[in-house]
Write a protein that binds this ligand. Structure first.
Ligand SMILES: [Mn+2]
Length: 470
């Protein structure tokens, strides 16, 4: 391959050639699940091609960060999962002779050009659903393959990146991502199947698997600890092994079928709509080379583990896990993930106790410094549908961010976006009105606003949401 279109293959070859010509490459990547897997794919390919490199991770590739990169001795910089959006600044640095950029990204390119720019959007592909940063890096990795080499095994990491970047819309990967899955299957590092689309099939105890399954809300089970237990008790299955709860992955084929059928029947009885019931099933991406019953076995759980390392600025840990460190790094990543989960549940508890304020069209809470700004959006999403938090209106959450800035996270529901809600537009418009900036997706978006502008911001948000839903 393995580029999805021939023009992209040519570009990948040119990028690979440039990298081979470098004395030493600086690999700079974004800190999130897609960015970490992008870096791991690129690092493996560089290593196998015998190209020396160093690594650098950043949350935000701003002008200062690029200036810092320019100040290093590296003559060639490989940007993965970012770079396209900052192309203006990068191209200036290139023109000034600071470094030669090679970019493997999938975000919207800024209005500038550079020769070694590998981005699906330049080749007529959708960068939000067809190819992720890790996918673009994988295309590059195939072009970097030594004559006697085979980098298709890296497809597994590209799949984790795509899943982590929410590209498996409607439950499965499509387009160029789908081709990568096929190559991973051929290499024996990816397996696909159709299964319950609940998060945590490898590692969550069955009652938690059901209780926390809130993408499709099942009355009497979702967010309902006792309800989930009652449901499971009624199935006549052996739910424990030794003293421990079993996980989905521990069940036999028969047992899985029993549970699935009962869950379907329960959902239908409780009036869950057919479209939502379909969403209970999806394509699962398994990494057969990883041990069963670990986060690494399932692309979705793997990406969550990586996000936990990224959120707490431990990109080194996430990268090491991707590169196969199964001892120290995996333990550290698990510790970060369990701390992360504790922070989430404490945050959710705080929201439940403090409650939310209702405006005409939205509801909001201000966590101040009680919830980290990096997780306040997840907490807001988890709070929707719990006591006192209405599913019928979007939720907006505030948290302190540094000295004089406030982080805003907004979450909606698929039902609201069907009615016209676009939180990306809401966050952009309302934040700019108060001197901040924002954006994102229709169902989940964020912004940063100056300290002291919250009230005005909430008013703007309420107005814009009101217009969208009218
Ligand atoms: Mn990405």
């Amino acid at each position: 391959m393995s580029a999805p279109v021939p023009e992209m293959a040519d570009r990948a070859d040119a990028c690979a050639e440039r990298l081979r010509a470098a004395d030493e490459v600086l690999l700079a990547s974004h800190i999130d699940a897609d960015g970490l897997t992008s870096a791991a794919v690129a690092a493996s390919a560089l290593e196998r091609a015998g190209i020396p490199f160093g690594t650098l991770f950043s949350k935000q590739l701003d002008e200062a960060e690029i200036a810092g990169i320019a100040a290093t001795d590296y003559d060639t910089v490989l940007f993965t999962d970012f770079g396209s959006g900052q192309l203006g600044v990068i191209a200036e640095r290139e023109a000034a002779g600071d470094f030669t950029p090679v970019i493997a990204d999938h975000h919207q390119p800024a209005d500038a050009t550079t020769e070694h720019h590998l981005n699906p959007l330049l080749f007529g592909l959708d960068g939000s659903s067809e190819l992720s940063g890790a996918g673009a890096s994988y295309v590059l990795a195939r072009a970097l393959e030594p004559a006697d080499g085979d980098n298709r095994d890296l497809a597994a990491l590209a799949v984790v990146g795509a899943v982590g970047d929410m590209q498996a819309t409607d439950g499965e990967l499509v387009g160029a991502n789908r081709k990568i899955v096929t190559e991973g299957e051929a290499a024996g590092t990816v397996e696909t199947g159709t299964d319950l689309a609940l998060y945590g099939k490898q590692t969550r105890p069955l009652p938690k698997l059901l209780e926390y399954a809130t993408d499709v809300r099942i009355p009497g089970i979702s967010n309902d600890q006792n309800g989930a237990l009652r449901f499971l008790d009624g199935l006549g299955l052996e739910l424990r092994s030794g003293g421990d709860w079993r996980c989905w992955v521990d069940l036999s084929h028969e047992e899985k079928r029993t549970l699935t059928n009962a869950l379907l029947q329960h959902a239908i009885d409780k009036g869950v709509r057919p479209g939502e019931i379909d969403a209970l099933f999806g394509t699962t991406y398994t990494l057969p080379a990883e041990p069963a019953g670990t986060e690494l076995r399932d692309a979705s759980e793997f990406s969550t583990l990586l996000n936990a390392t990224a959120r707490y600025e431990r990109a080194d840990v996430g990268l090491a896990v991707c590169l196969g460190d199964r001892d120290g790094a995996l333990d550290r990543a698990r510790t970060l993930l369990s701390n992360h989960r504790r922070n989430l549940s404490e945050g959710l508890q705080w929201v439940r106790e403090e409650g939310v304020t209702r405006e005409e069209h939205v509801q909001w809470f201000d966590a101040g410094d009680r919830i980290r700004e990096t997780i306040v959006g997840i907490v807001a999403g988890m709070a929707v549908g719990t006591d006192g938090v209405d599913r019928g209106r979007p939720i907006v959450a505030f948290a302190e961010k540094g000295e004089d800035e406030v982080k805003v996270s907004a979450r909606g529901t698929p039902g609201l976006t069907r009615k016209g809600l676009d939180l990306s537009a809401v966050m952009t418009e309302a934040s700019r009105a108060v001197g901040g900036d924002g954006g994102g997706h229709d169902v989940a978006a964020g912004a940063t606003i100056p300290e002291g502008t919250r009230e005005e911001f909430v008013e703007r948000v309420d107005d814009v949401v009101g217009e969208q839903l009218s």
